[in-house]
Structure formats: C-alpha cells, structure tokens
Design a protein around this ligand. Sequence first.
Ligand SMILES: C[S@@+](CC[C@H](N)C(=O)[O-])C[C@H]1O[C@@H](n2cnc3c(N)ncnc32)[C@H](O)[C@@H]1O
Length: 337
Amino acid sequence: MAKRQFTPAKIMQLDTGFWGSKTLLSAIELGLFTELAKGPLDATALTKRLQLHPRSALDFFDALVALGMLKRTGTRYANTPETALFLDRAKSSYVGGILEMCNARLYRFWGSLTEGLRTGKPQNEAKTGEDFFGTLYADPQRLEGFLKAMTGLSVGSAQIIAKKFPWKKYKTFVDVGCAQGGVAVEIALAHKHLIGGGMDLPVVQPMFTAYARERGVAQRLHFHPGDFFKDPLPKCDVIIMGHILHDWNLDEKRMLLRKAYDALPTRGALIIHEALIDDARKENAFGLLMSLNMLIETHGGFDFTGADCCKWMKEVGFKRTQVTRLAGPDGMVVGLK
Ligand SMILES: C[S@@+](CC[C@H](N)C(=O)[O-])C[C@H]1O[C@@H](n2cnc3c(N)ncnc32)[C@H](O)[C@@H]1O
C-alpha cells in the first residue's frame, strides 16, 4: 500500500492568511473597489487614482486578481460581481463597514492574541479595564465606524430572517442592541405591515434615525434609547437580539434572556442571531474565531452553540426553541413564550 504523503501546504496557507486579509483591507481603505465601480482602469490610471507608489502597485492589483477580488481583462482591472455589489461605498449593499473596522481596529488588536489567551483580558481600547462600549463610543469616528460595521456584519442574516421567520403572525418588533438599524431596516422593508424599532444606548440614536430615513422606513421604525442592563426592554410581539449575547458573560446572557422573556406577550418570540458554533464545536471555524474575537473585545463575552442557547432559553421559561441556519456561519435561535 502506498504511504500517505503529507505536505505542509495547508499549514503554510493558514500561516500567511493575514497577507491576503490585509491586502483586501488596504484595498478597502484606499477605496479601490469604489473607484473601479465607476469603470475599469489600467494599472497606470488606477495607481494614479489611488495615489500609490509605483513599486508594488502591480503586485497589489494582481494579488487581488489572484485572490478573486478583481478581474483583469487585457490590461484593465474591474470589480468582480461580488466586489461591485458589496464593496462599492456608493451602493446601499456596501458591507465594507465591517472590513473598515477590521482594518482600523481588530487587525492591530489581534496582534496581542497570545497575551489575551494568557491573561483572559481584552486587548482593545478596553485593555485598561474600562467598559468596552463606553470607551469605544467616546470617539465619534469610532462610534460611527462600529455602528456601520454592524450593518455590514448582519445585513445578510437580516435578509434571511426577513424571509424565514413567520412575520405575518406578528405586528410589532424591537431589535435590542440595534446599532445603526441594519437588521430592523431590512425587516421593515420586507414586511410593510410591521411597526418596529430599535433599542440601544442613547448615543446611537442620531445614526439609527438617519439610516432609517435614508432607507425610507423612518415612519415605521422608532428608536428606544436605553441601557438593557438598567431598563426594561420595550414590550412588543418579537424581540431580536443579534450579536448581543456573545458580548457578555453567562450570568449577563441569562439576565438578558430573562428580560426579553418578561417583555414578550404569551406566544411572543425571541430571535437570537449570531455566528452560532456547531453543536460538536468542530466545524464552524468562523464562530469559534468570533468567540476568540470576544476575548479580544470584551471582559467576559463568548460565542456559543445552538444547543447552548436553547438550554438557556428553556431555563428562563421559553416553551419551544428552534435553531435555523442562516447565511454562511450564521444561525438563529427562535424561542416561543
Ligand atoms: C455587537 S453590536 C450588535 C449590533 C446588531 N444587533 C447586529 O447584530 O448587527 C452590540 C450592540 O449592543 C449595544 N449595546 C451595548 N451595551 C448596551 C446596553 N447596555 N444597552 C443597550 N444597548 C447596548 C451596542 O451599542 C451595539 O449596538
């Protein structure tokens, strides 16, 4: 029998994975995809448009071709269908907010992952022990960047939640920890009978209101300023919490679930959506890495499996729970009161 040949190729590919990642993040920072959305350009014109030094410009563009982020026909570079749709800042389908945040913040903070693993302490702006959101939001630019990033992170899931959840049975909803309102807006656009809203810290209100107005749903979406640890959650038929539970430790997660339960009527529903880890904790690498990202970003947060979430929901009183896969690594857990 032939002996199995091992190669280090898989290891080396992962080892240098950040090269490709940073190449994409720099392309976003430079506005490359937004420029190419105006029309294809050759290397000289693109170098000039992005104000690049000529030394590595060609390698940069061709690396993006090889990574599947650009097309080159003859001498001219163009966006792929995906980068044209999702990485052109001028389009409402732009998801680059999350990439901008990865570039401006997380790329650096992940540099001290080893320290985080040794100490169990966050490695971001809150490294000095302060509250994560308070520290992050103290700078208006970071506030705006973070809230837009959340829209990029959740818009794909929001569109599937709008399709897969039986919204016809319900009249009102509130997205708790709504950020810019990316999820609430997609649901309101898909279901004209719904009256909805978002609850978040008061500092978020201007960005929520502006985004709801820009997307034409401000009449049906109201902002509830509040602190979900200090205030009761707004009463409504459906509460959504996306990427909220993973920010907090287990006691805090349970407290938020209990508050959602209390705010819902009988037969009301709670929708939790996150990068749900698979129950065996072996396959959803993104979900597991997201949990490490919670180490970098928060004091006690961690991601979890669908089964974990169902168990916590049942503990606070939800009668029935169901796990549904959404796009890519994301999933939702619905709890019925
Ligand atoms: C990780 S983001 C998730 C945003 C959005 N739900 C999504 O999935 O795209 C967490 C959100 O919780 C909000 N938040 C954090 N602490 C809060 C608190 N004590 N009360 C209300 N909202 C809070 C943040 O402002 C932020 O918008």
